[in-house]
Design a protein. Structure first.
Length: 270
């Protein structure tokens, strides 16, 4: 009996040691620097009934912390472009568009197998500044929101060198600023000064209090990603991402914004 218990204890020790080693091997932290191109389609009927489109160069930085049980991501993305009416490429009207987002995602594992499934949440912060230049008239619009998102992903590793991931996210609750032509109780002159010249011209509290809460039924921001990673050394990997995003919400009228991004980057594992 004592020999059996000793043997059983030995098997348990091997199992937990192997699990710990596997966890140590899989657990990794990484930093990825990327660039790419994106195509934007915008319809903001508060200012114009036309659909504006444009292509931009984007920059992205991501920090990841991944183990067998969960995934953490911090992602910063920024791009700037000029949009023109989709039905009239020769129009002198244009939109100067600055966009950026800062994301945090936490995904605990849902099911482990050939394809690993994760279900978690995240905080998505997005900012879009648009300067409408139509003849002698210039208008400024912003979309600025923070949302609590539901995040689901599937991933699989092939031959220890190829990693493929499908990711989907959708907001459950969002706080949106800039639903009117400008933040509430803020004059156009002050907004121009704050955005273009002096960031301290308007108290930040005035801007932050001008927002509204929306549930998932009224605020849509659907994002899907396909991520591929090729490990060509122990520390370095090549990353490729396709991201499609579409959001809409009621301003004075419904704003619709869609973008497709093609991103290529290099990651370093600590």
């Amino acid at each position: 009996m004592r020999s059996f218990l000793t043997f059983l204890s030995f098997l348990c020790l091997i199992h937990f040691t192997a699990s710990a080693q596997e966890e140590l091997q899989v657990k990794r932290k990484g930093l990825t620097l990327s660039t790419g191109v994106g195509h934007i389609g915008l319809r903001d009927p508060v200012y114009t009934p036309l659909v504006y489109r444009g292509t931009n160069i984007l920059f992205e930085m991501e920090y990841s912390n991944i183990s067998l049980k969960r995934k953490h991501y911090f992602t910063f993305n920024f791009n700037s472009t000029s949009l023109t009416p989709g039905l009239n490429d020769f129009s002198t009207n244009s939109i100067k568009n600055l966009n950026g987002f800062l994301n945090y995602q936490y995904q605990p594992i849902l099911k482990k197998g050939k394809w690993n499934a994760y279900l978690g949440g995240g905080i998505h912060n997005f900012f879009s500044l648009r300067i409408f230049d139509a003849a002698i008239i210039e208008e400024i619009a912003i979309d600025f929101y923070s949302s609590l998102n539901l995040v689901f992903s599937l991933d699989r590793t092939f031959n220890q060198k190829h990693f493929l991931e499908f990711k989907f996210s959708y907001p459950l609750l969002a706080y949106v600023i800039g639903r009117m032509s400008r933040p509430k109780d803020t004059s156009e002159e002050d907004l121009v000064i704050a955005v273009l010249e002096n960031p301290n011209a308007i108290p930040m509290g005035v801007i932050l209090k001008s927002g509204d809460f929306f549930s998932f039924a009224k605020f849509m921001d659907f994002t899907t990603e396909i991520n591929y990673k090729y490990l060509f050394s122990k520390r370095f990997a090549l990353n490729a991402t396709y991201r499609f995003r579409f959001y809409k919400y009621p301003k004075l009228l419904t704003v619709k914004y869609g973008t497709s991004q093609y991103v290529l980057g290099l990651s370093y594992t600590f």
